[in-house]
Design a protein around this ligand. Structure first.
Ligand SMILES: [Zn+2]
Length: 293
């Protein structure tokens, strides 16, 4: 149940004799309107809405000669609901007597190009729920442009889109405010981000792996060169040690001193200096292997 501001809140004039109450069995639904100010100057504060309603009442009663402001209820962007004729009284807003008998009339206080706020939508849903309690068969929610015999832009494109989305339908959850197209767009966005992240991780791992492969290749190259040098030195020492050098007086060779290779043997200084940072192939072959040359 909506808390409706009374007519006194907008300083309404008393209505003249009018069409009376709607006939419950004839009512098919509610029609959504806007003021059609032709301006983009918003009408948001309570004072501004009250003043605007009074102006539209004057116009409808004095210029158009109607009994009262044409609509049943107004809803503004702050979610205030205003009693105009009230939901029981037939409106004069829909276009002719037939559509006025078949539909209620709810005014959304929107100006040109303005999107209905979440508060406006929530209150409008509640007003329509109240409407349906009075008129159980009156479940349709139509833009004025869909029922008026003459063409009209009312209630403007944003409200028409909101009606089409079901934004004013009671029970509609704000959580469902995304259209299927918006939902798909979000899904695509998340998938694209996930793929980009997976690619980034892949590249990062590959780069790390390449660095590790390079470091290993360098280690192996150094180790092999040092080992070669040490082995060569040990082999030379062994050969030297077993070579017959001295004969004793009786012609028998002296027993050679056994030679134990010194594990700390340093490479022959005549060997070329080892490059502690040999050049490593900066462009590994496609299979990722390095070929230390
Ligand atoms: Zn209208």
């Amino acid at each position: 149940m909506v808390n409706y501001l009374p007519r006194s809140a907008w300083n309404a004039r008393p209505p003249k004799d009018g069409p009376g109450n709607l006939t419950v069995s004839r009512v098919e639904g509610a029609v959504i309107h806007w003021p059609g100010t032709g301006s983009t100057k918003v009408i948001h504060t309570q004072a501004a809405v009250a003043s605007a309603l009074r102006g539209w009442q004057d116009y409808h009663m004095d210029t158009r000669g109607w009994s009262d402001i044409a609509y049943q209820v107004a809803v503004d962007q702050s979610g205030r609901a205003w009693t105009l004729r009230g939901l029981r009284t037939q409106s004069g807003a829909n276009g002719d007597n037939d559509v006025n008998e078949r539909y209620g009339a709810i005014l959304l206080v929107l100006v040109t190009g303005e999107q209905p706020s979440a508060a406006m939508k929530a209150t409008t849903r509640a007003v329509i729920a109240d409407f349906r309690k009075l008129y159980p068969r009156g479940t349709a929610i139509r833009p004025h442009s869909a029922v008026r015999p003459e063409p009209t832009d009312c209630p403007g494109d944003p409200a028409r889109a909101a009606i089409a989305r079901g934004d004013f339908t009671p029970g509609h959850s704000e959580d469902d405010d995304m259209t299927p197209a918006q939902m798909q767009e979000l899904k695509n966005f998340i998938e694209a981000r996930s793929q980009a992240y997976a690619l980034w991780v892949h590249k990062q791992l590959r780069r790390d792996l390449t660095a590790v492969v390079k470091a290993y290749a360098l280690d192996i190259k150094n180790y092999e060169r040092q080992t070669d040098a040490a082995d060569a030195a040990r082999a030379a020492a062994a050969v030297w040690a077993t070579a017959p050098k001295n004969l004793q007086a009786d012609g028998t060779p002296t027993t050679p001193e056994p030679v134990t290779p010194d594990p700390t043997t340093t490479p022959d200084p005549s060997l070329p200096d080892l490059d502690p940072f040999p050049t490593v192939d900066e462009h590994p072959t496609p299979n990722g292997s390095n070929n230390p040359a």
